[in-house]
Structures are given as structure tokens and as C-alpha cells.
Design a protein around this ligand. Structure first.
Ligand code: ADP
Length: 425
């Protein structure tokens, strides 16, 4: 995977580099073509009257162009041999600047340029004053052509910017490709990690489930075998005990099946809601009545602060009862010592807020955002060996969201937890 990512990125970068090289090469070729065309045109021999006319024109232009030659530099004729002087005059007669401009344009080059003519000793003999700052660039420029002993040189001050500009599309494309490759790579890595986590959770769930099923099944099996013993008929106390045992284990099985069923319902999106007006306070009290034995067994205490003036809400009775049941059941399951549970209702502007606060083991910050994920259980090692499948809270969240409500948890490790549920009214 990493290898594929690196090779794809390398291919992209190589492609971009070769594009830059190619653009540079095309530009260079075009400039050389233009320069050699100009050189060829200027050095092509002219005859008779045309030659005389050219010389006359060049004489006039020599005066006009005197300003182009810098003071202290040789002017035409000064330090130059006859052939060079003749060539310079031809430059003027042919209007070298316009010729170059035309030729470059013909080759698709329309960026600013500066021109200079250097003599055989490498001294500039034609360089305008305003272009003098480019002298060092002109001395080393690639773009030059020899015309007899003179050297005609061009420099393009904005060439790097121009190349960058023409390659903007490619840069953007490369950036896009690299981002897509990086995105693909990271989503594959994240996906693989997620699959691994789900696999582990699924394995844990299966182990948990089998374990949870095995105990009641074998207890029921043993109890029924004992009941089948002819001696048992006389032992009424023993019979009662075994019957109670079977009932208890059967209840455990029912809860287990109910849990898995709720989760698969929530998961499949097939959850049917039968909305009706319900009194939230009555519903909470009813669930507490059903859990009374469990609470008593654990030495728990429940404080009710049902203070919302309007506890009537539109909800599905069965699913909403399950929600309240799961939250209270969790508060009991994840308690330290004797559970102390405070259930309160508050009237919000556009709905009802229900708070389930416990004094339990609490949830560390890094797990807070995940407890509503399906199959997620806070890893506790073997310290708190509480049975569960990590299905309850994800079911609770699905039901609440289907009621257009929201739920969140506020908690700190060792400081208890508060599940806050909001339902629109
Ligand atoms: P289960 O209880 O079956 O593991 P849940 O979906 O109900 O699954 O809860 C997910 C996890 O959230 C639990 O495993 C537990 O770690 C944590 N949790 C839920 N309720 C509480 C609570 N009241 N106090 C502390 N931790 C809780």
C-alpha cells in the first residue's frame, strides 16, 4: 500500500518535472528559431540599389539611435572593424527590434524581452540605457546567435514567471492527483484499521454471547434434570428452588435476546414508531418499578427531581421505555458500590430535557465520543467485569434521533456520568 502510494506520487512528480523541461525546451527552440531567422535575414547579401538605399537609411537611423549606445561605450565605428560597422548599420536599416518582435510573435512568444549586441570581445556595443540593469543576464544568456563576429543576445526577464504560469494547470492537476492518491491511501488505511476493530469487536461479541447463552442453558438443563428425578416429587422446597432458578435464567435469556433484537432493529433501519402522547414522568416511574428488585439488590437509591411543568411528549411507548430502561440499567451496571441515581426533568424552550445522573465509574474523555457507537465498550481490562455487548447506547441514540431528539453524555473518570436527553415537544 505504502509502496503504491510512493510510486504513484513519484510518477506524478516525474511527469510534472518532464512537463517543465518540455515547456522550457519548446520555448528555447522557438527563441533559437526566431533568432536564426533574424540573423539569416540580416546577413543575407543585398545587391545594387537596395544596398545603397539600406546604407542611406542606416546613416539617418544611426544619428537617431545614437542615444541607444551608452556613453563610454564605443559608438558605431569606434573600435569596430569595417565589417562590424557595416553590420550594425544593417541592424538599423532592418529595424532589428521590430524584426525580432515579429519573429518571436510568429513563434508564439509574447513576453517582454531585452536585446543587446555584443562584439567579439564580449563587450556590449548595442544596449539601451534602460536595459543596462540586465547586462549581466545578457552576458550569460543562452539565447544568442552569432552574426559574423557580432553576437545578438536576448534576455527574457519574466521567463520563470511565464513558465510557472503556463504550467499552472499541470501543477493544479498534479496537486489534485496527489491529493486523490493521499485521500485514497488514508481512507484505505483507516478502513483497514476500522475493519480490524470491527472484527475484534465481532469476535468479542460472539465470545460474550456464547458465554452468556451457555450459562442459562446449562443451568436450565441441570435444573430440569433435577426436577425429573423421582425423589424430587416429595421435596417441595427443592422443586420450588429449581423452578425459581429456571424462571430466573429464562428471564436472563429473554433480556439477552431483547438486547440483540433491539440492536438489529436499530441497525436495519426497520424501526417502526407508533407515536402517542406520553407522560415522561409516569414512564420513568414505571421503569423504576420494574427495576425495583435490581436496585434494591444493589443497595441503590434513586432520587427523582421531575420538575418539568409539561412532561407530555410524543413518543413510541415501547422504544422510549427501552431507552429509559437502558440508561437506568447502565447507571446500575457501571456503579461503584451502592448506586445513587438522580433522574431529573427540566422544561427547555422547545422541548423536554431528561437527565440521568449516576455516581458510577464514569467515562474517560477519550471514550466519551465513542460510547454511542455500535458494539463499542470502554476497555476496562478485568477491573470492572460488567457483562454487556456495547449495543444499548447505540440503540438509545437511534431511538432518540428517530424522535428528532438528541442525547449526549457528560462524564469524568471516577466522577460518575450524566446522560442528557432532549426531546422536542
Ligand atoms: P454495554 O453496557 O452492553 O456494554 P452500552 O452501549 O449500553 O453497552 O454502553 C457502551 C459502553 O459505555 C459501556 O460498555 C460502558 O463502558 C459505557 N457506559 C455506558 N453507560 C455508562 C455509565 N452510566 N457509566 C459509565 N460507563 C457507561
Amino acid at each position: 500500500m505504502i509502496l503504491a502510494f510512493i510510486s504513484m506520487s513519484t510518477i506524478q512528480i516525474i511527469w510534472l518535472r518532464s512537463s517543465i523541461e518540455m515547456k522550457k525546451q519548446i520555448f528555447t527552440d522557438n527563441v533559437f528559431h526566431s533568432l536564426s531567422q533574424v540573423a539569416e535575414m540580416i546577413s543575407r547579401p543585398t545587391t545594387g540599389t537596395l544596398q545603397l538605399e539600406l546604407e542611406a537609411i542606416s546613416e539617418e537611423q544611426a544619428q537617431a539611435k545614437a542615444s541607444l549606445v551608452q556613453p563610454g561605450r564605443p559608438s558605431i565605428g569606434e573600435g569596430l572593424d569595417e565589417a562590424e560597422v557595416r553590420m550594425l548599420r544593417r541592424f538599423d536599416a532592418f529595424q532589428l527590434d521590430s524584426l525580432i518582435e515579429l519573429s518571436l510573435q510568429k513563434h508564439g512568444i509574447e513576453i517582454p524581452w531585452v536585446m543587446a549586441v555584443f562584439d567579439r570581445y564580449g563587450q556590449p556595443i548595442r544596449l539601451s540605457e534602460k536595459d543596462d540593469s540586465y547586462r549581466s543576464d545578457l552576458e550569460i544568456t543562452l539565447f544568442q546567435t552569432a552574426i559574423e563576429t557580432l553576437s545578438l543576445r536576448l534576455h527574457f526577464p519574466s521567463l520563470p514567471r511565464h513558465l510557472l504560469y503556463t504550467l499552472l494547470g499541470q501543477f493544479a492537476l498534479t496537486g489534485l492527483m496527489l491529493s486523490i492518491i493521499a485521500w485514497g491511501f488514508f481512507s484505505a488505511v483507516i478502513g483497514a484499521a476500522k475493519n480490524k476493530r470491527i472484527d475484534r469487536i465481532r469476535r468479542d461479541l460472539m465470545n460474550n454471547l456464547t458465554h452468556e447463552l451457555k450459562t442459562p442453558i446449562s443451568t436450565i438443563g441441570l435444573a430440569s434434570e433435577a426436577l425429573g428425578d423421582p425423589d424430587m416429587i416429595k421435596d417441595t422446597d427443592g422443586t420450588k428452588h429449581y423452578i425459581a432458578l429456571i424462571k430466573e435464567e429464562n428471564k436472563r435469556l429473554a433480556v439477552l435476546v431483547e438486547n440483540v433484537l433491539q440492536a438489529s432493529l436499530a441497525d436495519s433501519g426497520n424501526m417502526q414508531l407508533y407515536m402517542q402522547s406520553l407522560n415522561a414522568h409516569d414512564l420513568i416511574k414505571e421503569v423504576l418499578r420494574n427495576l425495583a428488585i435490581q436496585i434494591r439488590k444493589r443497595g441503590g437509591k434513586v432520587e427523582l427531581r421531575l420538575e418539568a411543568p409539561n412532561p407530555i411528549m410524543e413518543a413510541d411507548r415501547i422504544h422510549f421505555t427501552n431507552v429509559v430502561f437502558n440508561l437506568i440499567d447502565n447507571a446500575l451496571k457501571y456503579s461503584m458500590g451502592n448506586p445513587h441515581l438522580t433522574i431529573s426533568t427540566v422544561q427547555a424552550t422547545d422541548g423536554l430535557e431528561l437527565r440521568f445522573q449516576d455516581n458510577g465509574i464514569g467515562i474517560a474523555k477519550e471514550h466519551l465520543g465513542k460510547v454511542f457507537d455500535r458494539l463499542y465498550r470502554v476497555p476496562t481490562g478485568n477491573v470492572h467485569d460488567v457483562k454487556g455487548f456495547g449495543l444499548g447506547l447505540s440503540y438509545v441514540q437511534t431511538v432518540v434521533e428517530r424522535h428528532n431528539g438528541r442525547i449526549h453524555v457528560e462524564s469524568e473518570l471516577g466522577q460518575g456520568s450524566t446522560f442528557v436527553l432532549f426531546l422536542p415537544q
